[in-house]
Design a protein around this ligand. Structure first.
Ligand code: SF4
Length: 357
C-alpha cells in the first residue's frame, strides 16, 4: 500500500475546511465507470452527475446493479485498478480522481468516511469495540493522549446512542446486538468528524425496530456534526424517513433527482412511479396485489440503446424516440430533474391527478 508523503500531506492540508466552504461538498460530474470482462465491458456507471451539499442527507436508491455502490467506492477511491474511470468527482472543488493514493489515504476516514453494510464482517472480533474506535482516531491523530482518547471513544458511543457507553467500550463485537454493532460502525466512521459520510445499505438485514434506531442515529449524526450524508439503499421507505433529497438510479444512470417530497409526491419518471407503486400502503385494500415492474434490470454489458428502461417501461414509444435517443436530464420543476423524454407530460398528469382534473 502506498504511504502518504509530506507532499501528499501538504496537498490535502490546503483543501478548504468545511466551515469556510460554501459550495457542494461532493460534486460528481459526468462520472463513468467501466470494467473490462471476458464477456465485454460492464458499464457500471454511465455519465452520472449529482452533488451533495453540507448538512444534507442525499438518498441514492436503485435495484441491485444500478451502480449505487460503485459510485460510492469511486468517491472513496476504492475501485479495483482494472476499473476505467472518467469524469470528475470534486471534493471541496478538488478532483479526487486526480489525487494520488497517498492523498486519498489522508482523506479517507478523516474527511470522507464510509459505513459498510455488514458490521459483523467489518469489526474485528478479537479487539474491543472501544479499541477499534480508538484506532480509527489514532490513524489521523497520533498525538492524542490516552485519557482524551478514552473520553472521545465514550463520547462517540454516546452520540450514536449506545447505552452505558463507558462499559460498552470494553466489550467485544459479539457482545453487541446487530443494531448496536451497526451503530458502533457509525461511531467509528464519524470518529474524525468527516465532512461526508457514505452509508451503504446500513439497515440491510436488520429488523424494522433496529432499522429505525440506525436511521435515527444517522439523523442525529447529521444534525450534531453537520456532515453531509450519502445514504445508499434499495428501500424507498428508508429514504423517505431520513433524506432531504433523493436520486433514483437505473442501469448506472440517474433516472430522477429532487427533494424527497417532489420525487415522492410528483414522480416524473416511469421507473420511479413503478417503484413507488410497488410499496405497500396502509390505505390500500389488503386484497389488492402489489404492483410490480415487469421484466428484469438489464445486463450492464448489453445496456439497451436509447433509454435503458424502455424494455420495461409502460409508456415507452418503441420503435421511436425511447429506443433511439438517450433521454437527457430535464428540469421539470425547480431542482427536480428527470431523464425521460416525456417528463413534462408526466408532470402535468401528476398535477392533474393531484388537483382532481
Ligand atoms: Fe419510458 Fe421512454 Fe421515458 Fe424511458 S424515455 S422512461 S422508455 S417513456
Amino acid at each position: 500500500m502506498a504511504r502518504s508523503t509530506t507532499k501528499d500531506r501538504l496537498a490535502v492540508e490546503i483543501l478548504p475546511e468545511r466551515a469556510s466552504w460554501n459550495g457542494p461538498l461532493i460534486e460528481v460530474r459526468g462520472l463513468s465507470v467501466r470494467f473490462p470482462t471476458e464477456d465485454g465491458e460492464v458499464k457500471a456507471v454511465d455519465d452520472l452527475t449529482f452533488e451533495v451539499r453540507p448538512n444534507e442527507v442525499l438518498g441514492i436508491v436503485g435495484e441491485s446493479g444500478s451502480g449505487k455502490s460503485v459510485t460510492s467506492l469511486a468517491i472513496l477511491g476504492l475501485l479495483p485498478k482494472t476499473a476505467e474511470i472518467s469524469g470528475e468527482i470534486l471534493f471541496c472543488g478538488r478532483n479526487l480522481l486526480d489525487m494520488t493514493e497517498g492523498q486519498l489515504q489522508l482523506l479517507r476516514g478523516r474527511r470522507i468516511a464510509m459505513v459498510f453494510q455488514d458490521s459483523l464482517a467489518a469489526l474485528n472480533p478479537v479487539y474491543t469495540v472501544g479499541d477499534q474506535i480508538a484506532e480509527a482516531i489514532k490513524v489521523h491523530d497520533d498525538e492524542i493522549d490516552k485519557d482524551s482518547l478514552r473520553e472521545r471513544v465514550i463520547e462517540l458511543l454516546n452520540i450514536v446512542g449506545i447505552p452505558n457507553p463507558a462499559a460498552r467500550a470494553d466489550q467485544y463485537p459479539h457482545e453487541y446486538s446487530g443494531g448496536m454493532r451497526q451503530r458502533a460502525m457509525i461511531a467509528m466512521s464519524i470518529a474524525n468528524d468527516p465532512d461526508v459520510l457514505i452509508a451503504d445499505e446500513p439497515t440491510t438485514a436488520l429488523d424494522v425496530t433496529i432499522q429505525a434506531q440506525v436511521l435515527d442515529t444517522l439523523e442525529r449524526v447529521e444534525s450534531k456534526t453537520s456532515s453531509a450524508v450519502i445514504l445508499i439503499t434499495h428501500d424507498l421507505g428508508v429514504v423517505a424517513g431520513v433524506a432531504q433529497r433523493v436520486m433514483v438510479m437505473y442501469a448506472g444512470r440517474s433516472a430522477e433527482i429532487g427533494t424527497v417530497n417532489d420525487v415522492f409526491y410528483e414522480p416524473c419518471h416511469p421507473y420511479t412511479q413503478g417503484l413507488l407503486a410497488s410499496l405497500p400502503r396502509i390505505d390500500r385494500r389488503t386484497s389488492e396485489r402489489l404492483h410490480r415492474i415487469a421484466g428484469q434490470p438489464p445486463s450492464l454489458v448489453h445496456v439497451p440503446p436509447g433509454c435503458p428502461f424502455h424494455p420495461r417501461c409502460p409508456m415507452a414509444e418503441v420503435p421511436g424516440v425511447c429506443n433511439e435517443e438517450r433521454p437527457a436530464m430535464l428540469e421539470v420543476a425547480s431542482n427536480h430533474w428527470s431523464a425521460c423524454h416525456f417528463a413534462e407530460r408526466l408532470m402535468s398528469e401528476v398535477k392533474d391527478r393531484q388537483y382532481g382534473q
